[in-house]
Design a protein around this ligand. Structure first.
Ligand code: ADP
Length: 497
């Protein structure tokens, strides 16, 4: 099949969170299994080109449309880990992608609507006719109505449109005129059955447009696909999702086992085996990584375990629980490393305050940066990784942590429920036990769970090693997910035929 992903992130060149990992890992696996895969992404000024091979101008004169004007774009092509990627560079007075960031601009809706339309124009004028156009979250959701109601009308033979919901929290709301600017009559879409926002009837909701107009919808874990059909988990869209549930499949994300590989990872102080039968060696080498990281960050060896957290700091991720876990870990003689990037000024202030409060504490390190190299070193050094999310569509950090033999301490929600199973739960088969979980997002429950993990770490070395073995044995590779996406793609055509 010929598959085109239209995306705002791609790991290795432009990533803000899991979406970038998913498009990268999935497309690589799809290519390995014989599909013809291409990526279209904005050419951001913050793009990292180290991993891009054979970068060159592909189309010097792509004309696209916005607000009844023609705009000139250049399209470049390069290969990232062998996957062909097209970089869309608008020559537009708004400098849409020269903002020093991927998201978080006042006009994100305009930026990504422009990109969605220009991407379709690129495929159309280049005579590229994919079987599947795969779009991701609200920024590229408008591709679905644009394809169905504009491009198919002008002779673009209809590809299957698959819309993956990575996170329902951000939905892309805008006045109807924004849709009009990219070629759809916005007011006509402001109806309940089309794209009218459920909270503000004067607005269009782009996420809803993806749900309504795509041929198939996927979410990034089976549990999340159930949660989003409920008022508690549907972020206002549960009704429209339930109406479209015949199109919906929950597919657990994978992780890229080549990239997240303790044996070959160039960032580690001491690369180590992934073979769980070498558990004693693994424990020893993880210890070397811990020492290397402590030296690098100026920490000293604690009595207790190293608890870590790698996250976007946003309300979704339970920041007050992270703060509480920091206090609790230090009280109990452990060390804590937090790598938490944030676009939220209030949260930034709170965590800077906490950092100041514990200034020069020998067992605490807080970075508010996005730092991939450091993230790798933390995964390898860590004993436990804390993930106290309020909701978590899939969550990758628990799977990456497991790959590195770090034990997740996680709240039971979304994809965390599908992957982390409590050591002390008598209903879980021994070989399925992968960590420690709590259900209520309250400090008390989380602290008790941390206490159980600390106790096992200190008092039951065999149980701890057993957990490390278990988690390292899990196969979180992309193959299973990629096969499941194949089925989703094929179902579009079997229904159409
Ligand atoms: P989300 O997509 O909601 O941010 P996920 O758990 O699905 O969360 O994916 C997070 C990805 O981003 C993981 O690859 C994680 O290692 C990475 N990540 C998150 N925060 C940081 C950070 N501050 N620095 C480096 N990598 C980070």
């Amino acid at each position: 099949m010929y598959i085109v992903h239209i995306t705002t992130e791609f790991a290795g060149i432009a990533k803000a969170g899991g979406l970038g990992d998913v498009v990268h890992g999935l497309s690589r696996e799809q290519q390995k299994s014989g599909h013809h895969v291409e990526i279209i992404i904005p050419k951001y000024d913050i793009m990292s080109y180290q991993r891009v091979q054979n970068f060159s101008l592909y189309e010097a004169h792509l004309w696209s449309f916005e607000d009844f004007h023609r705009y000139h774009n250049s399209v470049y092509r390069g290969f990232v880990d062998d996957v062909p990627v097209f970089f869309m560079e608008p020559h537009h007075s708004e400098y849409y992608f020269n903002r020093g960031q991927i998201y978080g601009c006042a006009n994100d809706v305009e930026r990504f609507l422009y990109f969605s339309r220009a991407s379709l124009e690129f495929l159309y004028t280049q005579n590229k006719r994919p079987d599947i156009i795969h779009i991701h979250d609200w920024p590229t959701a408008a591709v679905a109505p644009l394809m169905k109601n504009l491009y198919s009308e002008i002779g673009f033979s209809s590809p299957g449109i698959v819309f993956t919901i990575h996170n329902l929290e951000h939905q892309g709301r805008c006045p109807p005129k924004n849709l009009t600017r990219v070629g759809l009559r916005g007011e006509e879409y402001r109806t309940e059955t089309r794209m009218q926002d459920q909270n503000d009837p004067t607005q269009i909701n782009l996420m809803k447009g993806g749900i309504v107009y795509a041929d198939k919808i996927t979410t990034v874990s089976p549990r999340y696909s159930e949660e989003i059909q409920t008022p508690e988990g549907g972020a206002g869209l549960h009704d429209v999702i339930t109406k479209n549930k015949h199109k919906l499949t929950g597919i657990l994300n994978g992780i890229d086992l080549e990239i997240w590989n303790p044996k070959t990872n160039r960032h580690l102080f001491a690369p180590y085996s992934t073979n769980p039968s070498k558990i004693d060696l693994i424990v020893k080498q993880k210890g070397e990584n811990k020492k290397g990281l402590f030296d690098l960050l100026g920490l000293s060896k604690p009595e207790g375990p190293l608890v870590t957290c790698i996250t976007r700091l946003a309300l979704q991720k339970g920041p007050w629980l992270i703060q509480s876990a920091i206090h609790h870990t230090l009280r109990k003689g452990g060390a804590f490393i937090l790598l938490g990037s944030t676009m939220d000024d209030e949260l930034r202030k709170e965590f800077l305050h906490l950092k100041l409060h514990y200034a020069s504490h020998p067992h605490l390190y807080i970075s508010l940066d996005f730092d991939e190299g450091l993230a790798n070193q933390i995964y390898a050094a860590s004993d436990m990784m804390l993930i106290p999310s309020l909701f978590e569509p899939c969550g990758l950090t628990q799977m990456i942590a497991m790959r590195f033999g770090s034990i997740p301490v996680a709240r039971k929600t979304g994809g965390l429920s599908d992957t982390v199973f409590d050591l002390d739960d008598p209903n879980v088969k021994p070989e399925e036990k992968t960590g420690f979980t709590f259900f209520h997002p309250h400090e008390k429950d989380m602290q008790e769970t941390l206490d159980r993990a600390f106790h096992t770490y200190h008092a039951h070395h065999d149980a701890w090693k057993f957990l490390i073995k278990n988690v390292m044995q899990k196969d979180f590779g992309w193959k299973k997910a990629s096969d499941a996406y194949d089925t989703v793609y094929q179902n579009i055509f079997s229904v159409a035929e």
